[in-house]
Design a protein around this ligand. Sequence first.
Ligand code: ARG
Length: 472
Amino acid sequence: MAEKLWNGRFEQPTDKLVEDYTASIHFDSRLYRHDIQGSIAHCRMLAECGIISFDEASLIVQTLGEILRDIERGKIALDSSQEDIHMAIENELTARIGETGGKLHTARSRNDQVALDMRLFMREAISSILDLLRLVQATLVKMAEDNLSVIMPGFTHLQHAQPILFSHHLMAYYEMFGRDFARLTDCLGRTDIMPLGSAALAGTAFPTDMEWTARQLGFPRVIENSIDAVSDRDYLIEFCSASAILMMHVSRLAEELVIWSSAEFAFIEISDGFCTGSSIMPQKKNPDVPELMRGKTGRVYGNLFALLTVAKGLPLAYNRDLQEDKEPVFDSVDTVTATVRLLGKMLPQIRINSERMGLMAGQGFTAATDLADYLARRDVPFRKAHHVAGRIVQHCIQAGKELVECSLDELKAFHKAFEEDVFAYLDIAGIVDRRESVGGTATVRVKEAIARAKADLESREPGSKKNIETEE
Ligand code: ARG
């Protein structure tokens, strides 16, 4: 391992096993861009405040830029010979420009440095997930609009309940992802806070200007308390929590796609590009992508618990335990990003079997509620109407037929209030369109929901918070 930057008070070298155990470079090396971005801003601030000279600052900034390019070209090995990414970059800097490199770490510590790096990283990660999520929502709206005439059976307890518009069902997911979007946006607000300059925990005696650093890095504000700055991981826990809920939503949709693509349902067909075959059964086309979306939800839940557990009971301020925040967070970022991206790609390629959905929408006595409603509108108390309709359903089950296959006389035998118009009343499309209550499945309401969604999507134009300093 390279010479330790902190070894002044040590007489004996670090045990090799300890080096391996404590190193984080194998996972935090992905923060190199953010680390350099933060260091450049910090270095400029030190010069602006007269803490180092402008000449020293420009040499450091220029060299950091070169190091960034060399890392990107794979010319610098970020491997286990270094403890973490912060040490690796500082060692490289000092190797290139000598003692001046050692001035960069004035008025900061790795505790506030790693907090800054993670906030910079998460700001980008959350922004890009938000963009992808918005795309999924836009896809759902487009599918809802393109399939407005498709009627499907709505389910409760996975039993046929009442006919609904397929578009209405899709728009329910739009709402769910809308809440995920709001949660992540909220989390982004609490991520977008500048902690650098809090140093180890107490702040610094140097005349720094944290507001200046914040402006350089595009942070709207500076953190209030230096102890909180180095020990707060709430924004990561919030991200993992919002991610867990988001993945729960994805897994519900994924589960429906799996069920709907079975031969028994045959509501949809997932395109070949998103399925795989079986090594033994030649006929198989398996919905692996939605299955894995469902499956990967587990690890995202796990990451939330890992993080909550790491943070539990930790005394203030920084403790090395906090290094364990990174792998779960990175895993959730990667899993959610890949999942949401793939979902947006898979959905528009799904073939919808509208005929089959429509056929099934009329089966399983989905009109029974309306049969009761028909009587209730003719002044029969609903409880009584419900009972009569139930008896008719029972009669149909025994006779092996659907409600509309009964004759008027058959119906009249159950209640005298039935008239010829009952058959029109049980028409599936009519049943759907009658449900005009707020948020109901009637075509007019779903059209309004789609229009609202479109306006909402437009008001949330994508715009990622990207790195302003180091992006080439
Ligand atoms: N690798 C460390 C982490 O991720 C950086 C901060 C180290 N600070 C310290 N005092 N050892 O938490």
